[in-house]
Design a protein. Structure first.
Length: 147
């Protein structure tokens, strides 16, 4: 599948989906306020939801294939389970788990693109979003709950 640009609706909604990471990630710089801790938790919860959503892309590309390739199935499961784990751990650790999981999910998507399971434009979209989101998650992990 070779397309140069993502459909407009997908591009706009994907980049808009990064806005909550940016807004609430910035909230951790209001150190010593209730918004500081709340922001970190909001970023973690939103990140877990989005990671699970992205993991579902792997299942979506193989759901009608026979035989079903194991890689996308495992990548999709990994995304959901690591998102859940991130919600059960202390805040900074959970945010770090999410950042690493977004990067690992990007690797899975890269291989799906190379096997022509996903369109070429998806790589560029995911590259920009993965770098943005992983960076925000790590910065939020560093600064969450600082006095």
């Amino acid at each position: 599948m070779s397309n140069l640009a993502p459909p407009r609706l997908i591009a706009v909604s994907s980049y808009a989906g990064a806005l909550p990471f940016m807004v609430f990630g910035a909230g951790v710089f209001l150190a010593g306020t209730d918004f500081d801790i709340a922001s970190g938790n909001i970023v973690r919860a939103y990140g877990a939801v989005i990671l699970s959503f992205i993991g579902g892309v792997q299942w979506g590309v193989i759901i009608g294939r026979h035989p079903v390739p194991s890689g996308p199935v495992l990548a999709g499961l990994f995304a959901s389970l690591s998102a859940w784990l991130a919600l059960l751990t202390p805040l900074s650790l959970g945010l770090t788990i999410l950042a690493a999981s977004f990067v690992l999910q990007f690797v899975a998507d890269f291989y799906a693109i190379r096997r022509s399971l996903l369109p070429d434009w998806y790589l560029r979209l995911r590259t920009v979003l993965t770098v943005t989101v992983a960076t925000i998650l790590l910065v939020t992990a560093l600064f969450s709950g600082l006095p």
